[in-house]
Design a protein around this ligand. Sequence first.
Ligand SMILES: [Zn+2]
Length: 333
Amino acid sequence: MASPSLIDAWLDTFAPRPSTAAIGGALAGGAFVQHERGIFELRPTVVDQRAVALVISVGVHGDETAPIELLGETLSRLEAGLVRLGAPTLLLLGSPEAVVRATRYIDTNLNRLFERGREGMRPEQLRARELMTAVDRFFSAHQGRARLHLDLHTAIRESLHPRFAIEPFAATSTPAALWNALHGAGLQAGLRQHAHSWTFSHYSRHYHEAQGFTLELGRVAPFGANDLAPLRPLGAAIEAWIEGAPLGLDARDGEVAMPLYRVAREITREAEDFRFAFADDLANFSEFPPGALVGADAVQGEVRVGDRPQRVVFPNPRVELGARAGLLVERLD
Ligand SMILES: [Zn+2]
């Protein structure tokens, strides 16, 4: 087995023609091994009973570079011995090929393919299966341990909450203490999904009873143009979990210290002439009063806000007919 450094191995995943050799080496507190391109497992020598089985994924969308830079900083500190490995950890570069090409995806949106039993040989379909297999092996090797999967993204549009956590819909609910840990890591709001969506974080929550979240961490920008300062509290939290910090779910539950939202309704595009009643660059979480017009098309007529104020998240009027064009969300009291 070759023995390059973790950083060399990580950077090699971004090479147009990466090494295909099995790669592994030593780290402070343990060792790392690369199973497939961009799939790194960190194995501590000694594991505290309360340490989490931790999955961190970045680059599921290839043009979302800030999380890749943030994780790179953590890998540098691991390699320098400033962070000491104490938790079983899986680090995933979602779509190396899309990152190399600086594009959101090669062929189709990877982050809706994480469902068992799907077939297909297109690039993202193949990669989704590799990533699901890696997560399956990892969690099954760490039965009985608390599980956390953070899938790190950046968003296309502005947001009134620049950094927010999406809780996928699943049987596993999120304790207040974990919402507050995310708030302490710089997240400003939480959004609870209302239906299954076959994202990567949903995969871990749905199939593995993990605490899985999709984290939206500000605006998309190319490598070198990201301001990492607002993300460093998250980097510090990830490093604490890598070192073996517990999830802290035994802490007293209490109040959630940041706003939480639930999905009140999905807006779908029913006809070719679908349009929103607001500007294209509307910020996520922009609020509309009860009864306000938010969109319309020839089939469904007008789409209006219900009896309570609602906020628009992820609007996209150019989706295929019948697809989700946006969400109306309400604040949970
Ligand atoms: Zn994304």
